[in-house]
Design a protein around this ligand. Sequence first.
Ligand code: ZN
Length: 383
Amino acid sequence: MEDYLIYIWLGMTFVLGTIVGSGLNVAIYRLPLEKSILWPSSRCGVCYQPVRWYDNLPLLSYWVLRGRCRACGTPYSMRYFLIELFTGLVFAGLFYLDIVVNVSDLLSLRQMHTSIQLGAIPLSAWGYWAGHCVLVSFLIITSFCDLDHREIPLNITVTGTIAGVIWSVLFPWPWPNERFDWEWVERRNTEVQQRLHKGIPPSVAAREAAQREGRDPFQPQLLIGAQPWPVWYPLPAWAPAGSWRLGLLTSLAGIAAGTLTLRGVRFLFGLGRGKEGLGLGDADLMMMAGSFLGWQATLLAFFVSVFPALAVGLVQILFRGRQDLAFGPPLALGILTTVLGWRWLGPHFQILFFNEGMLLFLGVFGAVFMFLASFVLRKIRPA
Ligand SMILES: [Zn+2]
């Protein structure tokens, strides 16, 4: 077996995930109470004895101590263990999907497929994976804060947004694809446009590439990068591919899309129904996702998360739980699904996303529809 290195990497990313998960536990517990995550060190919530380092090992210590404090014997919630395990699985799962399987079909990873299978992971692939891990870590914190308190602390989402902006400036679209590849793709896109003006069909190679990606052959080919897509295509002249300006602009557009869409939906529902459905924390969560993903993926993630949100709502109605829903976890699930499924989702909406007239029409149509829907909801079930 030559691919044993992959299993070593999987194990190591899992262990790293459990260590990060242990830190996420601290953040989930302390941040909503406006406590510092750095000071004081971990201690028992009952006897205030500091937890020694060897009693603070992710996953293991919970079982060594049988879920109790060594000093006073108070039982700890199993949730700490489960969040560590979950984060470990997510980190290893992202390594497997992002890098080994190349689920987003990144051109640069496709070209390095053989060496990746042998366990030689290029630095750019690690950077790509690390960005997803940072985003998911913030999503885990916000989801659990939302579940616990029905509130998403602003300090978490703002920190996450800053991280997203920095990541976007460092790794602008179409990174991690090679400069050579993206320049070649842009040349072919220009050629397709010239052929369109002259009424000549696209070349066979261009048609095959379009078919592979499931888009119209006259639509430009957009390489998927760490930022899935650029803010606009054709790119503005002052923000060329791979420039920090393009990264920043794409990130800022994502921030605006995330926060404005959710605030808009909230406002329209409030207008029609006389009662607010979404919290402002949800808008902040989408702002954070937008800073990593740009506006197209953020918008789609919102629609994708409607499905898990409906499932959560249905379960709550069946079991007569709390009346106020936590939208954080469904939004997080929608974001992750959209990121991993962009290769299939993106091209279907490409024609819509890069057409001003179509966007305006859909925006107005969506607003009217949402207002009417909330008005009908109000008539059926008065708040
Ligand atoms: Zn104790």
